[in-house]
Design a protein around this ligand. Structure first.
Ligand SMILES: Nc1ncnc2c1ncn2[C@@H]1O[C@H](COP(=O)(O)OP(=O)(O)OP(=O)(O)O)[C@@H](O)[C@H]1O
Ligand SMILES: N[C@@H](CCO)C(=O)O
Length: 300
């Protein structure tokens, strides 16, 4: 029998960033940590999970736990399932708010399984995480850090590339107390969209990559979206109203991921102006996380 332990730290992520639906993601300086101990070759025992912080008391503590499901899927794909698994989770990412909590849990499981089986932690991890999450934008930014552009190749495997963000970009998030599940928010989207809307988004998404990397002064124009945000308004009218109010003041506000958090791609110190319009919201000035998923230690 052999035992190995790994600790993985994964960042929050904001996906879409306005026009980049299912493609753009930005890693943020808010992190979950999970320590996983796996035994191989011993008698099969039930999984043990403890959770501190966000999700404590609400997420299941058995095989249904998302990090456990991700570990199981990753181990199955790697061809080696541990006989025992013990997890200790310390969560800072709020769940169901559009800050990539599910991606952070999935990436943690995929990266931990690779580290526990002696693989380079990030080998093929993006495609594996995308197969579980179902869209590649959050998992790409979570894994790689920074700003990421994600896509699927012709065989359907997720790919991503990373772009350095201009140092003047200062993300601010406005987090509401209510949750909206990504599943529900995706269910509000139409099967088809007008060609003019698709064309408008293609232009703005291309501009947004340039604005985030080189021209933060273009962020307001670059964050306009016609593909997903207004379709989701019925599930989060407060979010849509805050985005509209912030944009009217010249602040580059978008729905973060599938909502209901609002992300402002601020420049310099615009946090005070955001706070003035976001009374009752939990307003947090964050930084861009540049490291992505990190294996803090692994012992075999
Ligand atoms: N650290 C975690 N441990 C266990 N389960 C988690 C964890 N993080 C998220 N989940 C599960 O994922 C759900 C939230 O996923 P969902 O995709 O709806 O929102 P999100 O990932 O926070 O937001 P978004 O995808 O819009 O960025 C939680 O309700 C919970 O079931
Ligand atoms: N692109 C995904 C992100 C979810 O965080 C969506 O908007 O549904």
């Amino acid at each position: 029998m052999s035992t190995a332990t790994v600790r993985v730290r994964t960042p929050a992520t904001s996906a879409n960033l306005g026009p980049g639906f299912d493609a753009l993601g930005l890693a943020l300086s808010l992190h979950d940590e999970v320590e996983v101990t796996a035994e191989f070759g011993g008698p099969a025992t039930p999984v043990e999970v403890t959770v501190d912080g966000e999700g404590a008391g609400s997420v299941p503590l058995d095989e249904r736990h998302l990090v456990v499901r991700s570990l199981r899927t990753a181990f199955a794909e790697l061809g080696e399932q541990p006989s025992a698994l013990r997890l200790s989770c310390r969560n800072a990412l709020p769940h169901g708010r559009g800050l990539g909590s599910s991606a952070a849990a999935i990436v943690a499981g995929v990266v931990a399984a690779r580290a526990l089986t002696g693989l380079t932690a990030h080998d093929d991890a993006l495609a594996a995480a995308d197969r579980i999450e179902g869209h590649p934008d959050n998992v790409a930014a979570c894994l790689l850090g920074g700003l990421t552009v994600a896509w699927r190749d012709d065989a359907g495997a997720a790919r991503a590339t990373r772009v350095d963000v201009h140092p003047d970009v200062a993300p601010v998030v406005c987090v509401p107390s209510f949750e909206v599940s990504t599943e529900k928010a995706r269910g509000l989207l139409p099967d088809t969209v007008p060609h003019a809307d698709a064309a408008a988004n293609a232009g703005r998404a291309a501009l947004l990559v340039h604005a985030l990397a080189r021209r933060p002064d273009l962020l307001l124009d670059a964050t306009a979206d016609r593909l997903h945000q207004h379709y989701r308004e019925p599930a989060m009218p407060e979010t849509f109203a805050l985005v509209t109010a912030l944009r009217a003041e010249g602040l580059a506000a978008v729905v973060s991921g599938a909502g209901p958090t609002v992300l402002v791609l601020a420049t310099g110190d615009q946090t005070g102006r955001v706070r003035a319009l976001a009374g009752g919201w939990d307003v947090r000035a964050l930084q861009v996380d540049t490291r992505g998923a990190v294996v803090e230690y692994a012992t075999a």
